[in-house]
Design a protein around this ligand. Structure first.
Ligand code: SF4
Length: 230
């Protein structure tokens, strides 16, 4: 045997490819919506989304971003010394390793929420994570993408969010809440599309219908007018 020929025992094991995620931004702000509204929160915005909601306000997250190791992300999050962490996008579940990030953030002791479109399977999400799951109303242009089986994987601490752009959207969301008894299973959230529905109008529709849902306005838009990094 040629002395220079390496045997399998000589070959160093190939280093495992690091668990990485493509990240658009990580920043510290005030949670603007859902049940953790108002808490100082670290936001981890993952890059990419397979949907194209017509009123999307985070189109800048569709492309670009940078790859980071999951452990580096968790360490970066820890540097802000905040209890609450929100993993968002884009659609964070479009990157499969998002599930590992969620688990590690929980293991690190954070209160973790996940903002997801409702179009991708949530069954693998760590049960410690509070899911804030959209159901896309017709005016989003993406309601055909709603993955209805996701409703079977929701826990009592989860929230289902409806973003309402018209009276038609409201009536659709109202019927979904009633048909699936969402108010008895999770926290249903209704919020207006900025500039499409007057907030007061939506609040009055909810009251007139005696609908057991929680009205919300996005606090970060009131505070920072949706500037990047907030
Ligand atoms: S799912 Fe969210 S990020 Fe994706 S297009 Fe719709 S609003 Fe934008």
């Amino acid at each position: 045997m040629n002395g220079n020929t390496a045997t399998p025992a000589d070959v160093p094991p190939v280093a495992p490819v690091a668990d990485r995620l493509r990240i658009t931004e990580i920043f510290h702000s005030v949670q603007g919506e859902a049940d953790a509204i108002g808490w100082p929160t670290v936001f981890v915005r993952l890059t990419g989304c397979p949907l194209r909601c017509v009123w999307c306000d985070t189109e800048y997250s569709f492309h670009g971003g940078q790859w980071h190791d999951i452990d580096t992300i968790v360490a970066h999050v820890a540097s802000f010394v905040a209890k609450h962490v929100c993993v968002t996008g884009g659609e964070p579940l479009a990157q499969k390793r998002c599930l590992a990030l969620l688990r590690k953030l929980c293991d690190a002791g954070h209160e973790v929420s996940l903002e997801t479109s409702g179009a991708l399977d949530v069954s693998g999400v760590d049960p410690r994570v509070r899911k804030v799951m959209d159901l896309k109303a017709p005016d989003s242009g993406e309601s055909a993408r709603n993955l209805w089986s996701n409703l079977d994987h929701l826990l009592p601490h989860d929230q289902v969010k409806f973003v309402i752009a018209s009276r038609g959207d409201f009536e659709w969301a109202r019927d979904v809440v009633r048909e699936h008894a969402l108010d008895q299973r999770v926290m249903p959230l209704f919020s207006p599309v900025w500039s499409k529905v007057q907030p007061r109008e939506l609040a009055e529709w909810i009251l007139a219908e005696r609908l057991p849902v929680r009205f919300q306005l996005q606090l970060h838009k009131l505070l920072w007018n949706d500037a990047a990094g907030h």
